[in-house]
Structures are given as structure tokens and as C-alpha cells.
Design a protein around this ligand. Structure first.
Ligand code: HEM
Length: 488
């Protein structure tokens, strides 16, 4: 079929499907804006406003559960606020724990395999295997804590080499965090200047800044075959990541010794030898690796970039963190996990960063396998369900002055830890973040060790950088900014 024929036929097919879907939609759907034929509500948010903000306007108008139709076919359900999100992900967690497989980009990238977009028994087993492997950081020669401290030292050398001059340090943060994952998975770190490493990080950037619920290719797959399709850049980046993972697995296979387990890949190869379950195969192993490498790098390094931005724009907070480190750790040794109880202000600063930056404002899509009753509405089976975490993390009914950076909200008057059940940046329920403990460990050790040695300052003569969130893809990024990293 020629491209012209595709163009002529596709809209007709869409209209027929649209009519079909409307007719078979269950009654009692959640409220929402009226969809147009073919495009549904897609045109409502094709502008430059961050998508999570665009979605918030529906909450004001329709309440905590809203139905949209994106493209000709796709029911999209938005869930806002702690009460409704908790009800779905905890009380009805078994109904809502699935990931959709109908969105074109997800289907093409993940084929329903791996952890992030797998489902059913296979997902459960891979998740359990990976959680145990991540917990058992005895894998490899060095403990995870030592690895992060080593990497923090290398980052410090790199930052020192900038000589206090204004720099965009985001790439350095990405490489540091990617190296922690690389160490867990492949047992080795990569050099910051290695062109292959730089390309891998670029691929992760592409995936996390382009993939979005509003990408029309999700609903009109034929668009992905046009030149300049954004989805194509994502497919290319993903293919490149996958080729690299397969190459490293092959190298591991060639040198594998079951009596000397070096890393995650070896652990998996060993499981492959012993278990006759079909989930433990190379296809799943390489998908888990790509999942961990992508998700583990972007999320934590983006959070670090936000933390540094908040520290330089709130020098009083930075000073309090440094004073606490000076008094409890000094400068003669590295900050370690055993200091955590003493470094309560730093801990509160990390929590406040996770809350305010809210890097995953819309949880990766969930779905239900059957028409599901929820809060008085019917959620149609195979809907794409987006949980709006930002509506919880900046809810003015939960947080006082929610748009302000204020770590003290996580501390009692005596400066002790104050737990807040509404702090859910890692989501909740059966699909909640699998890397939460690793991420918290990295944030504490990287930030603690950087603040021990440096002060982050706005470059002289420059305006205060913006703290507006940019949300073009999966995670919310800060606008690019320059910082002077000045030794203490
Ligand atoms: C600050 C850092 C991080 C944040 C804020 C974060 C947040 C999230 C969120 C919101 C989800 C979606 C949960 C849901 O669908 O209900 C998620 C899932 C996931 N995260 Fe993280 N994450 C972070 C770091 C990491 C790291 C370091 C890793 C890897 C080692 C990781 C691996 C995963 C995986 C594999 C999933 C999918 C879990 C599943 O579907 O079963 N994350 N994360």
C-alpha cells in the first residue's frame, strides 16, 4: 500500500472504529469533555503547556475521576487526589495493577515483556527476581554503598575540574547515576568520556523527553512511518540501547562461571540454568536490563538535578545541610549510610525535592482487564489509566504553601523526622517503584558527599534560574541551568 493510500484510508477506518467503540462503551462512564470524531480529545492539549498541568484543568471541572478519548479508540481515565489514587492502587490494587498493551509505542518497544510493561505471572516473577537481586547487593565484589561513594568521589573530581566556572552539570549527574546501574548489572563502570556511554545516555534522554501520552503516534500508528516522526527517534534510541545490552549479555555468557557470580547478568544466567520456567529467558533478561538502565538513570539523575537547582536557589537550606554534615561527619571521611539518622535535615531536603519536583507527575499507564466498578463509575476494560501524582504532591489541602521549597515540613520542632503518608513520588501498590531504596540511597550519598565538599551557587551576574517544570515526555525536567560549583 502506498503512503497516499494509507493517508486516504486511515481516517475512514478511524471513523468506523470510533463509532464502533462509542456503541460498545459501557454505561456510567466517568465524566469528561465530549470527544470529537477521529481525534477524540487530543486537540485539547497539543500546546506547549506541560501535560500534567493540562490534565489538572479537568479535575477542577469534572472531579477526581475523568474520562477522555484519545485518538479514535482509546479510553483514557485520569485519577486525581490521594483518596481516589489510594483506593485504586491499594484497595483495588489487584484490578488496577496491569499495564496497557494497546498503545502503539508501548507495544512496539516492550512487546509486553520485562518489568515495566510486562503483565501477569511473568511480570510477578521478574519483579520478585529483580527485587531480590537489587536487595542482595552482595552481588559483585564491592558493596553498593562503597560503589556509590567511589562514584561520588569521581563526580567530585569532575566538578572540581570546572574550577568554579558556570557549567551545566546534568550530564555529569546522569553518567554518575548510570554507572551505579551499570555496576549492578554488568559489574563494571564506564568512563565518562567513553563515546558509547555518551551515546547510551543520549538515548535515555531521547526516550524520557519524547515518549508521552499525547504523542499522536500512539493512536495513529501510521504516523510513525512518516519522515520526522518523533516516535521513530524513540525506536532508534531503544534499538541502540537493546543492541548494547545484548552485546554485554553475550560477553557475560562467554566468561560465565557459576561459582563466581559477578553481577546481575550472571545472577540471571545462573537462574536460566536452574529454572525451567519460561520467563527466565534471554529475551526477558535483556528487557529487564534495559528497563533498569533507562528508568534507574533518568529518574535519579533528574531528581539530583532538581535538588541542586533547589539548593542554589535556597541558599539557607543549603547552609543548613552543610552545617549538619560539618557537625556530624566533618571533612575527614566520606558521608555514609550510617550517618543517616544524624543527617535529618539533609533527609528532609531530599524528601522535599521528591515532593516538589514530582519528576513522575503521571504514573506510567495502568489498565484493567475487565470492565471495573470504581467509585461509582465503570472503568472500561483496557482503558489507559493515568494516576496524577502531582495532584497529591502539591495538593493545597495536604501541604501548606505547596509550591514552596520547605524541607522543615518533614521535621518536628525538635528537628526529628516527621513521616508523611501523602509523600508518594514512587507511587503505591503492586506496581510501585522497584528502585525506591536504591534511589533513596543514591540521593543521600551523592548529595551528602557533594555538599560536604562544595557549595552550589548561581553564576555571578545571572538571574535566578527558573524552577518551572518542563514536561514533554515521561519525567518532569528542570529548564537547563548553569551552576558554579565552589569548593568549601
Ligand atoms: C527518584 C527516583 C525514582 C522515582 C521518583 C521513581 C518513580 C517511579 C514511579 C512513579 C513508578 C511507577 C509506579 C506505578 O506504576 O504505580 C516507578 C516504577 C518503576 N521504577 Fe522507579 N523511580 C525512581 C527510581 C528508580 C530506580 C533507581 C530504578 C531501578 C533500579 C527504578 C525502577 C523502576 C521500575 C522497574 C518500575 C516499574 C515497576 C513495575 O511496573 O512493576 N526506579 N518508579
Amino acid at each position: 500500500m502506498t503512503a497516499l493510500e494509507v493517508f486516504l484510508i486511515a481516517p475512514v477506518v478511524c471513523i468506523i472504529l470510533y463509532t464502533f467503540v462509542l456503541r460498545r462503551s459501557p454505561r456510567n462512564l466517568p465524566p469528561g469533555p465530549t470527544p470529537l470524531p477521529v481525534v477524540g480529545n487530543l486537540l485539547d492539549f497539543s500546546g506547549s503547556t506541560p501535560l500534567y498541568k493540562d490534565f489538572l484543568k479537568y479535575k477542577d471541572k469534572y472531579g477526581d475521576i475523568v474520562r477522555l478519548v484519545l485518538g479514535p479508540l482509546q479510553n483514557v481515565i485520569l485519577v486525581f487526589g490521594h483518596k481516589a489514587i489510594h483506593k485504586a492502587l491499594i484497595e483495588q490494587g489487584n484490578d488496577f495493577k496491569y499495564r496497557p498493551t494497546s498503545l502503539f509505542i508501548i507495544k512496539k518497544l516492550f512487546h509486553g515483556k520485562g518489568i515495566t510493561f510486562g503483565n501477569g505471572d511473568a511480570h510477578q516473577k521478574l519483579r520478585k527476581f529483580t527485587l531480590v537481586a537489587l536487595k542482595d547487593f552482595g552481588v559483585g565484589k564491592k558493596s553498593l554503598e562503597e560503589r556509590i561513594q567511589d562514584e561520588a568521589r569521581i563526580v567530585a573530581e569532575e566538578l572540581e575540574s570546572y574550577g568554579g566556572q558556570p557549567r551545566d552539570i546534568r550530564k555529569t549527574l546522569q553518567r554518575a547515576v548510570a554507572n551505579i546501574i551499570a555496576g549492578i548489572i554488568y559489574g563494571t563502570r564506564l568512563d565518562y568520556g567513553d563515546p558509547e556511554f555518551i551515546r547510551l545516555i543520549q538515548n535515555i534522554d531521547t526516550i524520557f523527553t519524547v515518549v508521552s501520552a499525547r504523542l499522536p503516534e500512539n493512536f495513529f500508528p501510521f504516523l510513525a512511518y512518516l519522515p520526522n516522526s518523533k516516535a521513530r527517534t524513540v525506536f532508534n534510541a531503544f534499538d541502540d540501547m537493546s543492541r548494547y545490552a545484548r552485546k554485554r549479555i553475550k560477553e557475560h555468557r562467554a566468561t560465565f562461571n557459576p561459582d563466581n557470580i559477578r553481577d546481575f547478568v550472571d545472577l540471571y544466567l545462573k537462574a536460566e540454568e536452574h529454572e525451567d520456567e519460561e520467563e527466565v529467558d534471554e529475551e526477558n533478561m535483556f528487557r529487564v536490563i534495559v528497563d533498569l538502565f533507562d528508568v534507574g538513570t533518568d529518574t535519579t539523575s533528574t531528581t539530583l538535578a532538581w535538588a541542586i537547582l533547589y539548593l542554589m536557589t535556597n541558599p539557607d537550606v543549603q547552609e543548613k545541610c552543610q552545617k549538619e554534615i560539618k557537625e556530624n561527619v566533618g571533612s575527614g571521611r566520606a558521608v555514609s549510610l550510617s550517618d543517616k539518622e544524624q543527617l535529618q535535615y539533609l533527609d528532609a531536603t531530599i524528601k522535599e525535592t521528591l515532593r516538589l519536583a514530582c519528576i513522575a507527575p503521571l504514573v506510567p499507564p495502568h489498565t484493567v482487564l475487565e470492565d471495573t466498578q470504581f467509585e461509582g463509575y465503570t472503568i472500561p476494560k483496557e482503558s489507559t489509566i493515568l494516576f496524577h501524582l502531582n495532584s497529591v504532591l502539591t495538593d493545597p489541602n495536604i501541604w501548606e504553601t505547596p509550591e514552596e521549597f520547605h524541607p522543615e515540613r518533614f521535621l518536628t520542632e525538635e528537628g526529628k523526622k516527621k513521616e508523611k503518608e501523602f509523600l508518594i513520588p514512587f507511587s503505591i501498590g503492586p506496581r510501585s517503584c522497584l528502585g525506591k531504596h536504591l534511589a533513596m540511597m543514591e540521593l543521600f550519598l551523592f548529595l551528602g558527599n557533594m555538599l560536604q565538599r562544595f557549595t552550589f551557587k548561581i553564576p555571578p551576574g545571572c538571574p535566578t534560574p527558573s524552577v518551572e517544570r518542563v514536561h514533554t515526555g515521561i519525567t518532569c525536567q528542570p529548564h537547563p541551568y548553569h551552576v558554579c560549583v565552589v569548593p568549601n
